[in-house]
Design a protein around this ligand. Structure first.
Ligand code: A2P
Length: 213
């Protein structure tokens, strides 16, 4: 019935508590500001600006997202493949409204998106969709590799791109360490793709819930 269909949300996911959201926002902003001033980044500036000499203000370049979350299943109100099955999964129903602690292990930047990589526990993987959208380059990556929080997107870029950018980075051979930053080693993966591995992961309390636009 139409009523049942509207009861399936746009997406399910873990929504960060506001305290950790503010902290993560500051951490991400500091990262962008520092990256912007680094010679190694300036050397590859054309990845972002299209021109070798043109400077880029990363703070201006990206539009920050308002509510930080880690999507588990994009349901599109029941229209997405596997949406109904996911909504009816007993693990999903049981955990709905519970608080989890997400482990943020890296921050990454590409000319399209800024995100935080999330590594899921066994318990959290129970809430990860069974049939994950398969990307050609990610076919050998373990389940849940796509887990992330979109922090910001460039003009005209949809947030769905963040997970695809992460999978692309993870499928590449590990990039060279370009610099040891305060938070950990910064690696370059070519084509404007940067990843900062956090020496100490950030523990982020988050509520498993859903979003209706
Ligand atoms: P993400 O999880 O990377 O932030 P939108 O506002 O475009 O409808 O998206 C709502 C949320 O669902 C966003 O958080 C977005 O990306 C995620 N999302 C959108 N489309 C997809 C998709 N096809 N597969 C997985 N996640 C998606």
């Amino acid at each position: 019935s139409p009523l049942e269909e509207t009861s399936i949300p746009l997406f399910y996911g873990w929504f960060l508590l506001s305290s950790v959201q503010d902290k993560l926002r500051c951490t991400a902003l500091d990262f962008l500001k520092t990256l912007d001033t680094m010679d190694a980044f300036k050397k590859h500036m054309a990845d972002f600006s299209g021109k070798a000499e043109k400077e880029v203000d990363l703070e201006q370049y990206f539009n920050e997202k308002s509510t930080f979350h880690c999507t588990t299943k994009y349901c599109d109100y029941g229209r997405a493949d596997g949406a109904k099955e996911y909504a009816q999964n007993p693990a999903v129903k049981k955990s709905y409204g519970s608080v989890f602690e997400l482990s943020l292990v890296a921050l990454f930047v590409t000319p399209r998106t800024v995100g935080a990589r999330v590594v899921l526990t066994e318990e959290q993987l129970l809430l990860w969709p069974a049939e994950e959208e398969k990307q050609a380059e990610s076919s050998s990556l373990p389940r849940g590799s796509r887990a992330h929080i979109t922090l910001a997107c460039a003009e005209g870029i949809e947030p769905v791109q963040t997970g695809l950018d992460l999978l692309q980075i993870l499928a590449l051979p590990q990039g060279e360490v370009v610099e040891e930053m305060g938070l950990g080693p910064l690696r370059y993966y070519g084509e404007g793709r940067w990843m900062l591995e956090l020496r100490e992961s950030i523990g982020a309390p988050a509520i498993f819930s859903s979003f209706y636009a």
